[in-house]
Design a protein around this ligand. Structure first.
Ligand code: TMP
Length: 207
């Protein structure tokens, strides 16, 4: 039997890492063989591309170039790691995937959404996450948390308006495809967030 492909999305400072660790531990406790990976990244080559994407630099990173590098990393990760794992029957828990490209490069940078859809078809050939946890938080609160962590990468250094557009992008995508997304209110205390996640995982493992 094929494994499930689960992604976790949200804007900066939403608590993705903590909650991904929680989801992974929860699944393992149910004896589900799960691998945890991330985008951009997830293979040595794709992690090099991540470095290129996240590094602060003087030169303007052209949005189209950024988009193509993002999908180059995704092609490598999807075909070398994600798909083989799913074929072996493992579940894949991925920290961000193409929803982030629509939110950041589409809504954030203002690139044509149709163009992203075309690249998505080319690279993914019909492969999409089975379920996506979208952790939602007020942008200002999320940014405060991210800034408290210290050194900011090229994305984290964007203005608040950029992240407002990113959040709007996620919310629009959730509205378009409500069956795939599980929306979690990440503004609650951690215990409440994880209570909600557990309830959703209970349903997911029964499908
Ligand atoms: P992370 O902070 O969640 O590890 O992700 C790295 C950054 O990359 C984050 O600011 C969002 C950004 N990103 C995009 O802009 N487009 C994408 O497709 C992905 C996967 C991430």
């Amino acid at each position: 039997m094929k494994g499930k492909f689960i992604t976790v999305e949200g804007s900066e400072g939403v608590g993705k890492s903590t909650n991904i660790a929680f989801i992974k531990a929860w699944l393992k406790q149910k004896n589900i063989d799960v691998i945890h990976t991330r985008e951009p990244g997830g293979t040595p080559l794709a992690e090099e591309l991540r470095y290129v994407l996240l590094k602060n630099r003087e030169e303007n990173f052209n949005p189209m170039a950024e988009l193509l590098v993002m999908f180059a990393a995704r092609a490598q990760h999807l075909h070398e790691v994600i798909l083989p794992a799913i074929e072996r029957g493992q579940w894949v828990l991925c920290d961000r995937f193409t929803d982030a490209t629509f939110a950041y490069q589409g809504f954030g940078r203002g690139l044509e959404l149709n163009l992203i859809t075309e690249l998505e078809s080319l690279v993914q050939q019909g492969v999409h996450p089975d379920k996506t946890f979208y952790l939602d938080i007020d942008v200002a609160i999320g940014l405060q948390r991210a800034q408290a962590r210290g050194d900011l990468d090229r994305f984290e250094n964007e203005k608040i308006e950029f992240f407002e557009r990113v959040r709007q992008g996620y919310l629009e995508r959730v509205a378009q495809e409500p069956d795939r997304y599980i929306v979690i209110d990440a503004g609650q205390g951690l215990a409440d967030v994880q209570h909600d996640i557990s309830a959703q995982l209970e349903r997911l493992v029964r499908i």
